[in-house]
Every structure is written in C-alpha cells, then in structure tokens.
Design a protein around this ligand. Structure first.
Ligand code: IPE
Ligand code: IPE
Ligand code: MG
Length: 231
C-alpha cells in the first residue's frame, strides 16, 4: 500500500442517494442526508491518504428539474453541513471552495458558503470543492462570454482554462461515479479529457474511505498515456 500513487485530484459524481432511500422505504431526502455522511467519511479517507484535491458534484444545472421539496432539502443539508463544520475544516486544514453559478441559491446557503470559503482560504492540506449549480456546458458558456467581454478576438485553450470555474484546480486524475450509471451528466467534460473513469456499483451513501482506497488501487492499475506510447 505504501507505494501506491495517490491521485492529486479526485472528482466524484455522487449518485444513487434516491435509490438508496427507496430501497429502504425512506423519502429521497433521507438518502441525501445519508449522502452527507458519506461525504464526511470520504473526506476523512482522503485526508488519511494524502489526496490534495477532492471535488464533489452536489447539485447540477439540470437538478432544478426535481421537486421543490427535494431541492430545498438538498440546499438545507449543504447549508447545515457547512455551518456545523468550521472547526473541523480548521483542525484538518481543509480549504473549502465551490464551482458553479450559485446566484440562484438561497441567501442562507450562499452566506454559509462565503463564510466557509473566507475562513478556510489559507488552509492547504486538502482543497474541498463543492460543485453547486454546476454544469460543464454552462461553465464553458460563462468562460467564453468572459473572454468576449475582455475584447480578445483569438484565443488559445489556456484562455478557456483560465476562465473556467475550475481555474484553481488541476485536472482530475480520476473521476468516480457511484450508483452503477456510467455517464458524466454534464460534469467537467473538458477537464476530464484525460481522467481515468471509475464506476463502482454501489449507491453514494454506501461510499466511504475504504471505497476511496479501492478506487485508488484501481487507479494504480491503469496506464495513463496522454496520447503517447508506453516505453
Ligand atoms: C445524487 O443522488 C444526488 C444528487 C443529484 C443531488 P440522486 O438523487 O440522483 O439519486 P438517484 O440517482 O435518484 O438514485
Ligand atoms: C448527477 O446525477 C448530478 C449530481 C451528482 C449532482 P443525476 O442523478 O442528476 O444525473 P442523471 O440525471 O442520472 O444523469
Ligand atoms: Mg441520480
């Protein structure tokens, strides 16, 4: 285990909360509540393993299609999670960030997020990024509009990169999607051009540090070539 290569950036599409709850005869929001516990366990695992960047897809630009009740439930859970953990972030040296366009979110959630980001901005053991009202296409459109507004007439890929929400993140080394679905659902498509993809067959609330280690072991068996050839 000691000579495992630890991916620098692990990005996670947390899927299957609803099915986890349904299987237990519980409301969908009970699944989201259990999903928060899985986030906590995964962060602990990541800290122990020395992962530098951990990104969670928490709410997509398409998730507005869900019921008001479910959406408000998710917002409340994220708000409470941030509200309850400032000491933990401090103690563990975690820097909280977000990607996505959060202006349509309720003020209480935006306030907690701003507070967490401000309080933890100097922390540097783990960058914990929450993707909130995030969509890869929306991110690209916003980036391109920023470039147009800056007056540029010809651009390089670097210009796009610099204007993406993810400009403070390295590209993900591995993207994990739970629940058995094998799709990207508009998550960081540009950034994962060369990421390893892993689709464990379990619902998000059942994920934890042990599962993270399993993912890292699988990552270690992959051969990344980036278009080149193996020596
Ligand atoms: C993922 O779980 C959480 C969010 C999208 C916020 P789902 O709620 O999509 O769970 P399933 O896919 O319905 O089981
Ligand atoms: C992706 O899951 C979004 C998040 C994990 C936040 P979804 O459950 O929304 O994706 P689809 O609808 O199954 O593609
Ligand atoms: Mg889903």
């Amino acid at each position: 285990m000691s000579n495992l290569i630890i991916p620098k950036h692990i990005a996670i599409i947390m899927d299957g909360n609803g099915r986890w709850a349904k299987r237990r005869g519980l409301p969908r929001n009970a699944g989201h509540r259990a999903g928060i516990k899985a986030i906590e366990k995964t962060i602990e695992g990541a800290l122990g393993l020395g992962v530098k960047y951990l990104t969670f897809f928490a709410f997509s630009t398409e998730n507005w299609k869900r019921s008001k009740d479910e959406i408000n439930g998710i917002f409340g859970l994220i708000r409470d999670y941030l509200k309850e953990n400032p000491d933990y972030f401090e103690k563990k040296n975690i820097c909280v960030k977000h990607i996505g366009e959060i202006s349509p979110f309720p003020d209480d959630l935006k306030d907690e997020l701003a507070k967490s980001e401000k309080r933890t901005s100097k922390n540097d053991k783990l960058v914990l990024t929450l993707a909130l009202n995030y969509g890869g296409r929306d991110e690209i459109v916003r980036a391109v509009n920023k470039i147009i507004n800056s007056g540029k007439v010809e651009i390089k890929y670097k210009d796009i990169e610099k204007n993406l929400d993810t400009n403070f993140l390295p590209e993900p080394d591995i993207v994990i999607r739970t629940s058995g679905e094998e799709r990207l659902s508009n998550f960081m498509m540009l950034q994962m051009a060369y990421s390893e993809l892993y689709f464990p067959k379990l619902y998000w609330p059942d994920f934890d540090g042990k599962q993270l280690l399993k993912a890292i072991k699988i990552y270690n068996k992959r051969e990344r070539r980036f278009g080149g050839i193996t020596q």
